[in-house]
Design a protein around this ligand. Structure first.
Ligand code: NAD
Length: 341
């Protein structure tokens, strides 16, 4: 089987080469992200392997289909960038790497949501205790504490929007900190109710009672811009918002307004709506055209990382492994547990 990788970085190559066991596999790695301009480059390959910011809309899928590509292997959990309806019409195989918590289900070699949960906690702790600013200060021999005041996490209320795998892992860690947990989800998770926290019946209720709100729902029509000027207004004054899920859950212009009004107390994001073409690359020495992220970066109470929640050695290895299992299903025409169509 020949697989063409888009948006492939050195660490992708390393993890995939390390787990590639079958000798009949040919992997070609391409740095650029998938778009209608370059989709036909994969002609002659049975499958392509893509990541979060590769565009796999109807136009791209048709080009891939005409080029003989039979399968789309997502080396991530989210699949909002693939038009599944069209993929299905074209009879194409699409599979992803779903999060399977090794703590909850004893399944090895699966993508770990703990990695994303731990990064979420790192963002909360860093922004609250201003570790990023303290680090820079101390390196300049400045040991002043002025402006570094944080709050004690113990006893604070954290609202978890989306209590799936990553939401549960995040809640479990926060429970250890002594936080009170509120959850909001369209599907209630018994594990959350039994041992972690309680569900609110509306999102407004969760937002109005939480000192920290962390987003862990996928990007769907129903969740796009779920955090907007209206919902932001219902948040507690001074509360912190964290998003490690998908950028477009949040309306970033509305966030800027809420920060300017001093209503939103802090923002920590690992994802950004317009991250395609920006994240995963070094733009040092360039002028950024994106006015919104540019403005966000001017706030002392905004912390941004470039979609690195998944980025642990264990996670990369697991992603490569599950992707290869998905490829085997395509090759052998077997039923695939991770297939989306
Ligand atoms: P999951 O499917 O286990 O959980 C998602 C939860 O969101 C489910 O419980 C679902 O019922 C809930 N949900 C769906 N629609 C909702 C709505 N309208 N309102 C409230 N809740 C709703 O997914 P997961 O593995 O926990 O991953 C969550 C998201 O994290 C992914 O969709 C992906 O976008 C993101 N992610 C980010 C990274 C990263 O590196 N930053 C890595 C992996 C995943």
């Amino acid at each position: 089987m020949k697989v063409f990788f888009f948006s492939a970085r050195s660490y992708d190559r390393e993890s995939f080469e390390a787990v590639a066991r079958q000798e009949n596999l040919t992997f070609t790695y391409h740095l650029a992200s998938l778009s209608s301009q370059n989709a036909s480059i994969s002609e002659g390959y049975e499958a392509i392997c893509i990541f979060v910011n590769d565009t796999c809309d109807a136009e791209v899928l048709r080009i891939l289909h005409r080029s003989g590509v039979k399968g789309i292997l997502l080396r991530c959990a989210g699949f909002n960038n693939v038009d599944l309806k069209v993929a299905k019409e074209l009879g194409m195989f699409v599979a992803r790497v779903p999060g399977i918590s090794t703590g909850i289900m004893q399944i090895d070699l699966a993508y770990s949501p703990e990695a994303v949960a731990e990064h979420t906690i790192a963002l909360i702790m860093t922004l609250n205790r201003q570790i990023h600013r303290a680090f820079n200060r101390v390196r300049e021999n400045n040991f002043s504490l002025a402006g570094l005041l944080g709050f004690t996490l113990h006893g604070k209320t954290v609202g978890i929007f989306g209590t799936g795998k990553i939401g549960i892992c995040t809640a479990t860690i926060l429970k250890g900190f002594g936080c009170n947990l509120l959850g909001y989800d369209v599907v209630k998770n018994p594990e959350f109710e039994t041992s972690l926290g309680k569900y609110t019946s509306t999102l407004k209720e969760l937002l109005s009672q939480s000192d920290i709100v962390t987003l862990h729902a996928p990007l769907l029509d129903s969740t796009r811009y779920i955090i907007n000027s209206e919902t932001l207004a219902t948040m507690k004054p001074g509360a912190m918002l964290v998003n490690t899920s998908r950028g477009a859950l949040v309306h970033h212009q509305a966030i800027i307004e809420a920060l300017k009004k001093r209503h939103l107390g802090g923002l920590a994001i690992d994802v950004y709506e317009a991250e395609e073409g920006l994240f995963f690359q070094n733009h040092e020495g360039e002028i950024l055209d994106d006015e919104v992220i540019g403005r966000l970066m001017t706030f002392h109470n905004v912390l941004i990382t470039g979609h690195q929640g998944f980025f642990t050695r264990e996670s990369l290895y697991e992603i490569a492994n599950v992707t290869l299992e998905n490829l085997t299903c395509l090759e052998e025409g077997k039923k695939c547990p991770n297939a989306l169509c």
